[in-house]
Design a protein around this ligand. Structure first.
Ligand code: HEM
Length: 232
């Protein structure tokens, strides 16, 4: 009988490490992007301030095309590695158990774990829509706005974009999936990176909950504030 040697990536743990490391990059982006976008909420306490802060922040990023393109390439690589390893893991797990369990007990993470595949696909659809919407301005019925001094009016784009209840609703649903995905993702990533002992498990659940709730609530607050007429 001939034994086949597997490369590290071909093993389940190899794929999980790729998922965890690409996941760290994506979580970092999602948190920084949310913090940048939340500057818009300054508008609630000082009219004009949120718009200026968001537009200045966008102009600052656009003034460094080299950095922006480097970040885009890293993000694209991370999304591709993450999705590819995720799909291979699902296939590998299915091949290892061609007959499904007759009965499956629900565990603490299963709700989030069971939505990883569909949640991940919803997030991919969201990212494609989001780029066509606020980065490329290619969604029918949405025209990108410019400020009087010829800069991209990101504030006006966000507000006019979310004044469509269908668009705002899709963003809210996608952020709920993002929260579930982040919950299971952070929980699982910390396990892959070695934090899996009874003493740290409770801490792992708390960290996963905190990241998921902060990101989902932070992002959802923007379309909700527009729909509620608080951001105009
Ligand atoms: C309500 C939540 C969100 C808002 C208001 C928002 C807003 C924006 C805006 C205004 C832009 C264009 C910025 C510019 O051109 O200067 C943008 C770009 C982008 N957003 Fe979001 N975003 C949200 C959530 C997300 C999420 C959850 C993700 C990822 C899962 C994401 C990924 C991206 C990416 C990849 C870009 C393109 C960056 C680039 O390459 O220029 N966004 N977002």
């Amino acid at each position: 009988m001939s034994a086949t040697r597997l490369t590290f990536y071909q093993t389940t743990i190899g794929k999980k490490v790729v998922m965890a490391l690409s996941g760290v990059i994506l979580i970092g982006f999602v948190i920084v992007h949310m913090l940048g976008n939340l500057q818009i909420l300054q508008e609630l306490v000082a009219p004009g301030k949120g718009a200026t802060a968001l537009n200045d922040y966008a102009a600052f990023l656009h003034s460094m095309p080299g950095v922006v393109w480097a970040a885009r390439l890293v993000l694209l690589g991370a999304v591709a590695a993450h999705a590819w390893s995720g799909i291979s893991l699902v296939r590998q797990n299915r091949a290892a158990r061609p007959v499904a369990y007759a009965r499956q007990e629900c565990q603490a993470t299963t709700m989030a774990a069971r939505t990883m595949k569909w949640g991940g696909l919803t997030l991919l659809a969201f990212i494609v829509f989001h780029l066509l919407h606020l980065t490329c301005g290619l969604i029918p019925g949405f025209a990108p706005n410019m400020t009087d001094d010829g800069r991209l009016d990101v504030y006006r784009n966000v507000v006019s974009g979310f004044q469509s209840p269908a668009v705002a609703g899709f963003y809210v649903v996608a952020q709920a999936f993002l929260g579930l995905h982040l919950y299971h993702g952070v929980w699982s990533m910390l396990q892959t990176l070695g934090l899996s002992r009874p003493r740290v498990n409770a801490w792992r659940v708390k960290a996963a909950t905190a990241v998921a709730v902060v990101v989902a609530v932070g992002n959802i607050s923007i379309p909700v504030a527009v729909l509620a007429g608080l951001l105009k």
